[in-house]
Design a protein around this ligand. Structure first.
Ligand code: UDX
Length: 448
C-alpha cells in the first residue's frame, strides 16, 4: 500500500486494522516489520496520502476500492486441517464491508486464497447488501527482503476479474492504478479463477525447484559431486534458468508450504489424487532435507549431542528479513532439542519471544517443553553463541556470517570444532585449514 501511495500520489490509501497496537506501530517511528527500504517508503508518504487507522467503518464508507490483505493460515483443526487455508478472516472482512458500505465498491483479494474464494466473498457481499460489488483477485508475488524493489519493478502484476462488462470495468480501474508505474504489457489480466490458481502454482513451482536441487544434494554427498557445480551446469541452460537453484537446509517462509498444501488439498477435493501426490512430494522432500541436516549433525558428532553446545547462526527463514515463519531452523532445532543438545542462537533480526512464538506455532514447543527454555539460549552476537560451542549450525544466509574472523571463532570453541553450513556460504577450505570439521550441503565429503 505504501508503494501504491508513493507511485500514485493522487490516490488516497488508508490502511485499517482492528489491532490498535499494530496501527499505533505503523504510525510510529518504529514500524512493526523489518524490510529493507520500507521505512523510507512509508515515511515519505505517511500523512500525505497514506494513513493508518483503526476506524474501519469510516475507511470502508469512504473507499471506492478495498483490498482484503488479511492472513489465511493453514487450518489447524476441522475439515482439511494441516492443508486447507483458513479463509475465516476474508469472510469476516466481506461481512464487514457489506454491513458498512454506503455505495458500490470494488473488493480486491490481496491475500493468498484457495481457488473460488472470490465467489464466496462475492456471495457474502451480495447477500448482505443492496450495493453492487465487483470482486477482483490481485495476488502478490513480492519476496521478503526484496519487497520494495519487487513492488517498484514487478516481473508482472496479475489481476483477475469476472469477464462481464462490470467485471472488466473493475479490472480496468485497478489496472489504471498500477499503470502509474508498471508498463501496461506487464499487467496481466485473466478470469478470477486463473488468477487465484496462478498464485498457488507460482509458489509451488518455485518451491519445487528448491526441493529438486535439494534432493540432489543427498546424492552429491554419496558420490562426491558438488551441488554448486551442478546448479551452475544445469542453470546455464536458458530453458532451466539459474534462479532458485541454491541448495539449502530447506525452504521456509509464510507462502511455499502453505500454498502447496493448499494446492494439494484442492486437488484432493476434486478427486485428483495423482496431482495432489505429485505436489505433496515437494513438501515431503523439504521435510526430508531439514531432518537429514539434523541427523548429519548428530552422526558427525559421534552420534551424541546430549549436553553439547551448538551455536545456531540464524533463525529467520532467509536473510534480510526478521520473519521466522516455517523457518528451517525451527524444525532442525526441534530435532536437536529431542537429542537434548544445548543451543545458543544468534540472529541479527530475531528476538527470543518471536523465536518461541514460532516454536509454539510450528512445533507445539514452549519454554517448558523438554526444558526448551533452559536448553535454548539466545545471544546478542555470533561470538557469544560460539563461545564454548562444540559446533556451529548455520541456518540463515545472513551476509555477516560469511564475514567473520573464523580463526577467532575457532579459538573460543570446544575442540574438535564442527561447522555445519546449511546455506553453503562459508569458505570451506579456509575453515578446514583453520582446523574446523566442515559439513556442507551437497558437497564432497572431506574427512580429516
Ligand atoms: C516467496 C515467493 O518468492 C514470492 O513470489 C511469493 O509472493 C511469496 O513466497 P518469500 O517466501 O519471501 O517469497 O521468499 P523466497 O525468496 O521465495 O524464498 C523462500 C524460501 O526458499 C527461503 O527459505 C529461501 O531461503 C529458500 N530458497 C530460495 C532456497 O533454499 N534456495 C533458492 O535457490 C531460493
Amino acid at each position: 500500500m505504501a508503494v501504491i501511495a508513493s507511485k500514485a500520489p493522487h490516490v488516497k490509501v488508508t490502511v485499517v486494522d482492528i489491532s490498535e497496537a499494530q496501527i499505533g506501530a505503523w504510525n510510529s517511528q518504529d514500524l512493526p516489520i523489518y524490510e529493507p527500504g520500507l521505512d523510507e517508503m512509508v515515511f515519505s508518504v505517511r500523512g500525505k496520502n497514506l494513513f493508518f487507522s483503526t476506524d474501519i467503518d469510516a475507511a470502508i464508507a469512504e473507499a471506492d476500492m478495498i483490498f482484503i490483505s488479511v492472513n489465511t493460515p493453514t487450518k489447524t483443526s476441522g475439515i482439511g486441517a494441516g492443508r486447507a487455508a483458513n479463509i475465516k478472516n476474508c469472510e469476516l472482512c466481506a461481512r464487514k464491508i457489506a454491513e458498512v458500505a454506503t455505495s458500490d465498491k470494488i473488493v480486491v483479494e490481496k491475500s493468498t486464497v484457495p481457488v473460488r474464494t472470490a465467489e464466496s466473498v462475492r456471495r457474502v457481499l451480495v447477500s448482505a447488501s443492496t450495493h453492487n460489488f465487483q470482486v477482483l483477485s490481485n495476488p502478490e508475488f513480492l519476496a521478503e527482503g526484496t519487497a520494495i524493489a519487487d513492488l517498484i519493478d514487478p516481473s508482472r502484476v496479475l489481476i483477475g476479474g469476472e469477464q462481464t462488462p462490470a467485471g472488466l470495468a473493475a479490472i480496468d480501474a485497478l489496472v489504471s492504478i498500477y499503470a502509474n508505474w508498471v508498463p501496461r504489457e506487464q499487467i496481466i489480466t485473466t478470469n478470477l479463477w486463473s488468477s487465484e490458481i496462478s498464485k498457488l502454482v507460482a509458489n509451488a513451482f518455485l518451491a519445487q525447484r528448491v526441493s529438486s536441487i535439494n534432493s540432489i544434494t543427498a546424492l552429491c554427498e554419496q558420490t562426491d559431486a558438488d551441488i554448486d557445480e551442478i546448479s551452475r551446469a544445469i542453470g546455464s541452460d536458458p530453458r532451466i534458468g539459474a534462479k532458485f537453484l541454491k541448495a539449502s537446509v530447506g525452504y521456509g517462509g509464510s507462502c511455499f508450504q502453505k500454498d502447496i498444501l493448499n494446492l494439494v488439498y484442492i486437488c484432493d477435493t476434486f478427486g485428483l489424487k495423482e496431482v495432489a501426490n505429485y505436489w505433496h512430494q515437494v513438501v515431503l522432500m523439504n521435510d526430508y532435507q531439514k531432518s537429514r541436516f539434523a541427523r548429519k549433525i548428530v552422526s558427525s558428532m559421534f552420534n551424541t549431542i546430549t549436553g553439547k553446545r551448538i551455536a545456531i547462526f540464524g533463525f529467520a527463514f532467509k536473510k534480510d528479513t526478521g520473519d521466522t515463519r516455517e523457518s528451517a531452523a525451527c524444525y532442525v532445532m526441534k530435532e536437536l532439542l529431542d537429542e537434548r543438545a544445548q543451543m545458543a542462537v544468534y540472529d541479527p533480526k530475531v528476538q527470543r519471544a518471536q523465536m518461541f512464538e514460532e516454536f509454539r506455532y510450528s512445533c507445539g514447543i514452549t519454554e517448558e517443553t523438554n526444558d526448551a527454555g533452559k536448553l535454548i539460549q539466545t545471544c546478542g552476537s555470533a561470538m557469544e553463541a560460539a563461545r564454548g560451542a562444540h559446533a556451529i549450525a548455520l541456518m540463515t544466509e545472513w551476509d555477516e556470517f560469511a564475514s567473520y574472523d573464523y580463526q577467532a571463532v575457532y579459538d573460543v570453541m570446544s575442540k574438535p570444532a564442527f561447522i555445519f553450513d546449511g546455506r553453503n556460504i562459508l569458505p570451506h577450505d579456509k575453515l578446514r585449514a583453520i582446523g574446523f570439521e566442515v559439513y556442507a550441503i551437497g558437497k564432497p565429503n572431506v574427512s580429516k
